[in-house]
Write a protein that binds this ligand. Sequence first.
Ligand code: RTP
Ligand code: MG
Length: 153
Amino acid sequence: CSCCAVETERTLAMIKPDGLSGNYTEKIKVAILDYGFHIVKETEVQLDDERASLFYAEHSGRSFFGSLIKYITSGPVLAMVLERPDAIAQWRALIGPTDARKAKTSHPNSIRAMCGLDSEKNCVHGSDSPESAAREISFFFGDGLETVEHDEL
Ligand code: RTP
Ligand code: MG
């Protein structure tokens, strides 16, 4: 940490299957770049049930878990590492609330307002904390050892 430089931060963004199949990728990327993010890396992958359950392990006890896994494995996702100062909070601000119906009324300029449908099919994901960001970046771009913490992230 130096005295005057604004520290950059990285977060994990993911365009979910409905975002990809709805051809929203380019619009979402324009919004990302307009918001001052740098797209550091990206990878398009098809998650299977096992990988999806690992990614969303924190929700494994929730009533919507089965439906969530079916949704997120219904087609490929595009995972991206985004970088800018305060990236985690800024990306969640740009995507808007979880429920895309609420996003359309309360956050009309958000990404979920643009391409989401409801509280499940909300077209994008964003890490919710520095710990989640490190784990999720490692999940898609690391060495496959998802539980290992990478200090350099
Ligand atoms: P995300 O993790 O995808 O960025 O979304 P989030 O933080 O806004 O929402 P979270 O509570 O972490 O939920 C993860 C994803 O599960 C689906 N979900 N379905 N049917 C439901 O009530 C429900 N609630 C959540 C959504 O796809 C949500 O993004
Ligand atoms: Mg979440």
